[in-house]
Design a protein around this ligand. Sequence first.
Ligand SMILES: [Zn+2]
Length: 53
Amino acid sequence: MTECPECAASVDGGEKIVGEIFPCPDCGTELEVLKTAPFAVEPAPREAEDWGE
Ligand SMILES: [Zn+2]
């Protein structure tokens, strides 16, 4: 269990794996799993979707 870096809601590691991206259950921010023991997350980078020009 850790906290969402955006809203501080409790986030359960459950069966997540390192590198997995999932939305915060409370605020919906996409979070990336950094570590599973101890469980730690950071806001997921978004550059993959829209590079623009
Ligand atoms: Zn959140």
